[in-house]
Design a protein. Structure first.
Length: 200
């Protein structure tokens, strides 16, 4: 039989005869172990030395400190990534009313995917396809206003609530209120999915 006592990391081995089917364990002190053999339970003193206990306390403290430092560092990295992703997305949105496609496309990956909020809206795949689709919608607008109401980042995913208005040729004003889910990859927007906000 082999026993490893966690507190002191002390190992002990015993050669025990066959165990009976029925035996009764005596009450034990906090530092004792019971080993069952042919003659019943035997008490074994497994209390670690003060030196071993102190060693393990120090070791546990060092491990806990290292784990805490690692967790704090990881949390800081995630927080910084989320702030960068929020800025990327808000900068992208800020570029839309100006309708400078070169600037707007600079925020997107080459294989960007865009899905509009309308049920029948096509899935646009690729930077060039997005350029053609978006430019066709905005090039003749008389005015375009956009306001970001809320930004929430979760790792590489950013959720935006925005509203605004566009003035189409002829002077008609159209208002919108929507949310967009952005997925960021390697510092650029790789996916955009738009959803219409419910009326309140």
């Amino acid at each position: 039989m082999r026993f490893l006592y966690p507190a002191g990391r002390a190992e002990a081995s015993w050669n025990l005869p066959a165990m009976p089917l029925v035996a009764f364990r005596p009450p034990l002190a906090a530092h004792q172990l019971a080993v069952r053999g042919a003659g019943g339970y035997q008490q074994i003193n497994a209390k670690p030395t003060e030196e071993a206990t102190m060693r393990n306390i120090i070791k546990a403290g060092m491990i806990a400190g290292l784990m805490m430092a690692t967790a704090i560092s990881a949390s800081a990295d995630i927080f910084e990534t989320e702030r960068q992703n929020e800025k990327l997305v808000t900068d992208y949105l800020a570029s839309l009313p100006a309708r400078n496609m070169e600037v707007t496309l600079g925020y997107l990956t080459d294989d960007v995917v865009h899905k509009g909020m309308m049920k029948m809206a096509p899935v646009i795949e690729g930077k060039q396809a997005f350029h053609d689709h978006w430019w066709g919608m905005v090039k003749d607008l008389e005015d375009y206003e956009l306001v970001v109401r809320r930004v929430e980042a979760f790792g590489n995913t950013v959720l935006i609530e925005r509203e605004g208005k566009v003035v189409v040729p002829g002077g008609k004003t159209m208002r919108f209120h929507q949310s967009t889910l952005f997925v960021v990859r390697d510092g650029k927007i790789a996916e955009m999915r738009e959803y219409k906000m419910p009326k309140t």
